[in-house]
Structures are given as structure tokens and as C-alpha cells.
Design a protein around this ligand. Structure first.
Ligand code: C5P
Length: 227
């Protein structure tokens, strides 16, 4: 299991200083909406300068018509990042079109599909999708697997079920991790590292518990030792 630290801080400088503090660790860094919209590829280049071995997950959750998504995926694949994601609810055609486009490249990033956001509880999910999270997440994961996607973003509670329904090599990445019982914030389906391990999760994403702490380095050390 790998730790992926969410760089969701308000400024480029703060994100860079967090990355510098964590530069000796074997971790992934997640660049999301906030940072990428503000700093575009500057943040990616700066992170690679700090430690060329940092792996970067670009969390932009693409959702559009198939051709537009494939165009965007192609541009993303030129950025030098290691993994990005799209929404499984964009449909099999869109997922297949993205993977077809990327297959023409000599080297491509990993692609994950988002099943259900971890900020949904069953009731709020039902209002949009008309079914419960487990049923839909499982269907989305199957669609993604059949479309040639590398794995899914899901909650820790769906990870092992998804692997059983697809393949044990189908990757799962789970946000909403509160390693030591920290405040959940807007996350509804939070899990600990012990649960994530039991559920065979491949990547845990941790944001606020690390960057809001007075000592992010020691939290990362503790997480890595638990992993
Ligand atoms: O601060 P926290 O640990 O809750 O951060 C979780 C990160 O994972 C945020 O950057 C959020 O955008 C992202 N994320 C999520 N749920 C998903 C996909 C991504 O919380 N399904």
C-alpha cells in the first residue's frame, strides 16, 4: 500500500514547502483542482525538481464527451505525471476512447475511474444515482475494468469487493482516510489505515490530517510505519 499526500494548500509556496519537508519519503503526491487550476504545470515541474522520484497523481476527475476526454487525456499524458483520473459515470464509451488514445503512446500514466465520491453518504448518493453506493460503485468498477482502465477511486469499504468482482490487480485508491481518528471534515465514509489494509487498498490518499498538522513529517512517518 502506498501513501498519496493531497497537496490542497491555498498557495503554491505552501504546497512546495510541504513537498520539500516530505522529500525523503517514498510517497505519491496528489495535485488536485485547486492547485492545478491556479498553478498549472508549474507545480508539477517544481515537485519533480524537489525529488524526481516523487510520483504524481493529477486528480482532475475528467467528465465530458468521449472525444473531449481523450483530447484532455492526451494533453495530460504529456505533463510527466504518473497517474490521473476520470469519472466512471462518463460511461464505457468515454473510458474506452481515453484508453484507446493513450494506448498509442509509448509510455502512459495510470488511469483511474472515480466510482462514488467519499463525501457521499447513501442518502445523498441515492438522490442523484437512484441506488445505493455499493451497488453502483460495483457496477462502475466493472465498467471501468472492462474498458481497460487500471483501477478505481472508491472508499476503503468497497475496495476488496471491487477486487473480487474484477481482478486482484485492478488498483484501488481510497480518499477519506483518517489515519488516527482525526476530524472527518466533509468526508462521510472515512476509514483508518487498518481498515484500508484489510480491504487490500493499493493507495490511500491523506490530505488534511497531514497538511493541517503542526508536524506533517511526523504524521507521514507514523502512517508509513503503520502501512
Ligand atoms: O483532506 P482529505 O484527506 O479529506 O483529502 C482527500 C482528498 O482526496 C481531497 O483532495 C479530495 O478532493 C480527494 N478526493 C476525495 N474523494 C474522491 C476523490 C478524491 O476526497 N472520491
Amino acid at each position: 500500500m502506498k501513501l498519496c499526500v493531497a497537496l490542497d494548500l491555498p498557495t503554491l509556496e505552501e504546497n512546495i514547502s510541504l513537498a520539500k519537508e516530505l522529500k525523503t519519503f517514498d510517497i505519491w503526491l496528489k495535485v488536485g483542482f485547486r492547485s492545478y487550476i491556479r498553478d498549472s504545470r508549474t507545480i508539477i515541474d517544481k515537485l519533480k525538481e524537489i525529488n524526481p522520484n516523487f510520483k504524481i497523481f493529477l486528480d482532475l476527475k475528467l467528465y465530458d464527451i468521449p472525444n473531449t476526454m481523450a483530447d484532455a487525456a492526451q494533453e495530460i499524458s504529456e505533463l510527466g505525471i504518473d497517474m490521473f483520473n476520470i469519472h466512471a459515470s462518463s460511461g464505457k464509451k468515454a473510458m474506452q476512447t481515453v484508453m484507446d488514445r493513450l494506448s498509442k503512446k509509448e509510455k502512459r500514466p495510470l488511469v483511474l475511474a472515480v466510482t462514488a465520491l467519499t463525501s457521499f453518504d447513501d442518502q445523498s448518493f441515492h438522490e442523484i444515482y437512484g441506488t445505493d453506493i455499493k451497488t453502483k460503485a460495483s457496477q462502475f468498477a466493472k465498467d471501468a475494468y472492462e474498458s481497460g482502465i487500471d483501477g478505481v477511486v472508491c472508499s476503503a469499504f468497497e475496495s476488496s469487493m471491487i477486487k473480487t468482482n474484477t481482478s486482484k490487480n485492478f488498483l484501488t485508491l481510497t480518499p477519506g482516510i483518517r489515519p488516527f481518528g482525526e476530524d472527518a471534515g466533509d468526508q462521510k465514509r472515512v476509514a483508518t489505515i487498518t481498515i484500508a489494509k484489510k480491504e487490500l487498498v493499493d493507495f490511500i490518499v491523506v490530505g488534511r490530517p497531514i497538511y493541517q498538522s503542526n508536524n506533517p513529517k511526523s504524521i507521514v512517518e507514523r502512517i508509513l510505519s503503520e502501512i
